[in-house]
Design a protein. Structure first.
Length: 95
């Protein structure tokens, strides 16, 4: 009977240890999931910044190209015309 009791005690001890380890791993998993969500948010924000900067670069390149061809004053006027045309297109799409 003592031998059986020690076996059961050993099994209970190992089971408690497994449950404890399982809880620790679940907590670690939650932490890692939270980290992942945080990294994804940062990544999305950085992607938005990258897109904005790429758009600024495109605008800058267009401006420089137009300036070379037409001069600064004409370039500003042309850009304003393009912006007005884009605004009209957006207005038509929204209706």
């Amino acid at each position: 009977m003592t031998h059986t009791g020690s076996i059961v005690s050993g099994i209970e001890y190992k089971l408690r240890k497994l449950i404890q380890k399982h809880q620790e791993l679940l907590e670690l998993l939650k932490e890692k999931e939270n980290e992942l969500v945080s990294f994804r948010k940062v990544s999305e924000e950085q992607q938005k910044i990258i897109q904005e900067l790429e758009e600024k670069i495109r605008t800058f390149k267009i401006t420089k190209t137009i300036e070379k061809k037409e001069g600064a004053a004409d370039a500003r006027e042309r850009i304003n015309e393009l912006v007005r045309e884009i605004d009209k297109c957006i207005g038509l799409l929204n209706t």
